[in-house]
Design a protein around this ligand. Structure first.
Ligand code: AMP
Ligand code: MG
Length: 321
């Protein structure tokens, strides 16, 4: 594919020029690959929605590389946000703050707030810096489908509709950023992600308000998402697994830790039972499942703490109910 380029210095500079001219660049971050456009150019942002097939009510995250960029997109940074930025940027933490007038409505889906983060990836940071623009970027996958953790996955699903795809290998964290809404004195979790909520609470010295179970708290946070085409079932116990086998015949089992003695086929999401490894492998394995032709997939749960919250959130949304 002509548009799939290794993320060399020269190709990053070329991609930055594409951004400046209103084009689309898929690029690696530490979480997943993003589909980027100049966040301040409404026409370029419109193309992001179009290429992804993303509904216009689902706002984008604006990626920045400097404090100057932050003051371009928000006028005022509350104290809690300042502390989080100091501690966790660059990193997998997105903050939803009141937007400045310079951010066009299409980028924030008409909301008075903007979601902003500084990614912890040299290629992403250079791309933003060289283009001189904040870059609006959702995950680089067709809407509702599994997020990409490799450049090949972007190339296979979005193909030539993206001007450039910068390839820097698989992503380190593998699930999207944690999203927090920060307003005067209040911090609300909009989406669990790569930064554990426990770490946020440690730094702020107070509790983060958690969404009530199953509630849609952020716009665009649909119940179903991240879904492979193969029906996926999050199982509670072995009875669930045997029921699925009775119903579907062949069932691929995904396990977050090594298990033995199961008769059917098993894929280990982690060889060590380490939730970070599970997060890293999750989307890549969900993506490959669709090529394997199983009638159904069963997944064993992980503990709902730390990164496990993000993993369970993605698995629930990917699963059939
Ligand atoms: P994605 O870019 O696909 O990882 O998703 C970005 C998500 O961030 C959206 O689906 C929203 O749920 C959330 N988000 C972005 N901007 C805002 C905002 N201004 N207010 C609340 N949530 C937001
Ligand atoms: Mg996404």
């Amino acid at each position: 594919m002509k548009n799939l380029l290794p993320a060399s210095e020269r190709n990053i500079r070329f991609a930055a020029e594409v951004i400046r001219r209103g084009g689309l660049v898929a690029f690696p971050t530490e979480t997943v690959y993003g589909l980027g456009a100049d966040a301040l150019n409404p026409k370029a942002v419109a193309r992001v929605y179009e290429v992804k097939g993303r509904p216009r009510f689902d706002p984008l995250i604006v990626h920045i590389s400097s404090a100057d960029h932050l003051s371009l997109v928000v006028d005022d940074v509350p104290e809690d946000a300042r502390r989080l930025i100091k501690e966790f940027w660059p990193g997998p933490l997105t903050l939803v703050l009141k937007k400045s007038d310079r951010v066009p409505p299409i980028t924030t889906a008409g909301l008075p707030t903007v979601a902003v983060r500084m990614p912890d990836h040299p290629v992403a940071l250079k791309l933003i810096e060289y283009s001189g623009r904040p870059i609006a970027a959702p995950s680089a996958n067709p809407f509702g489908y599994v997020s990409p953790t490799s450049a090949e996955q972007v190339a296979e699903t979005l193909g030539e509709r993206v001007d450039v795809i910068l390839d820097a290998g698989p992503t380190r964290i593998g699930v999207e950023s944690t999203i927090l809404a920060v307003s005067e004195g209040k911090v609300l979790l909009l989406r669990p992600g790569g930064l554990p909520v426990e770490e946020v609470e440690r730094v702020l010295g107070k509790r983060v308000e958690l969404p009530r179970d199953g509630r849609t708290v952020a716009p665009g946070m649909l119940k179903k998402h991240y879904s492979p085409r193969t029906p996926l079932f999050l199982i509670g116990d072995w009875n669930d697994y045997f029921r699925l086998r009775a119903r579907y015949g062949r069932v691929l089992l995904l396990s977050p830790k090594p298990i033995w003695g199961v008769e059917g086929e098993v894929v280990h999401l982690s060889q060590r039972g380490d939730v970070r490894e599970v997060a890293q492998n999750l989307f890549g394995i969900l993506y490959r499942i669709d090529k394997l032709d199983y009638p159904a997939v069963a997944v064993l749960p992980v503990e709902e703490e730390g990164l496990g919250r993000a993993v369970m959130n993605r698995l629930r949304k990917a699963s059939v109910r």
